[in-house]
Design a protein around this ligand. Structure first.
Ligand code: AMP
Length: 205
């Protein structure tokens, strides 16, 4: 079997801070951040693929699994091709994928999860608030409307949260996502230390 991409998955409800944390983590040496939301938003919105994405995202729904995983594979291949990601050296921070159990199954032969960082926040109102601010700041059509945001949470509960059960419990790192960006970042880095030590000593052997 071909070598699987070593990855750390960022997992958590919409608005919990995956994107912000993922960007910061992706700046660290030896890591590459890959967010499927960014990947989709990077599509030409006039193209057929871009239209397909908007059809789902503007309703707070997930893009179909087959399309998502195919596009993701192409995106990773492009990152390798353009030198942004070297699978033999870098660890991928996967942000926003897998979002369904079917996606997790499709990714099984492609990725080797080293850890699943589960960002947790109980305060739904706080997350809705964060998402509205972000929508205004970034001009995101999916999060501009509260009904769409609420739908995103329902989809998360129904389709995405079962994904955690797909992975070995020993891989899951529970992180409290309430606090400043820096506080949460420190918690994640602390939790990842054991993973990195193991992996980095593993790769240098
Ligand atoms: P995000 O920026 O991660 O909140 O994603 C924005 C939108 O992109 C989501 O609401 C979905 O419509 C779509 N999307 C992102 N990742 C996935 C995925 N893994 N599977 C299906 N749809 C996704």
């Amino acid at each position: 079997m071909a070598e699987r991409y070593r990855c750390i998955m960022l997992f958590g409800a919409p608005g919990v801070g995956k994107g912000t944390q993922g960007k910061m983590l992706g700046e660290l040496e030896g890591f590459v951040h890959l967010a499927t939301g960014d990947m989709f938003r990077g599509l030409d919105q006039e193209s057929e693929l871009g239209q397909e994405f908007l059809k789902y995202s503007t309703r707070g729904e997930l893009v179909p699994d087959e399309f998502t995983v195919r596009l993701w594979q192409q995106h990773v291949a492009d990152l390798v091709g353009n030198g942004h990601y070297d699978p033999s050296r870098d660890i991928l921070f996967l942000d926003g994928i897998p979002r369904t159990v079917t996606q997790a199954e499709k990714l099984d032969p492609l990725v080797e999860p080293l850890a699943v960082v589960h960002l947790r926040a109980q305060d739904l109102d706080e997350m809705v608030h964060r998402m509205k601010l972000r929508a205004e700041k970034e001009g995101r059509p999916d999060d501009a409307d509260e009904a769409v945001i609420r739908r995103r949470f329902e989809v998360y509960e129904e389709e995405t949260s079962p994904v955690l059960g797909h992975y070995d419990a020993g891989l899951i790192l529970e992180i409290d996502a309430i606090g400043s960006i820096e506080e949460v970042f420190d918690r994640i880095q602390e939790a990842l230390k054991s993973v990195e030590d193991e992996q980095l000593s593993g790769t240098s052997r």
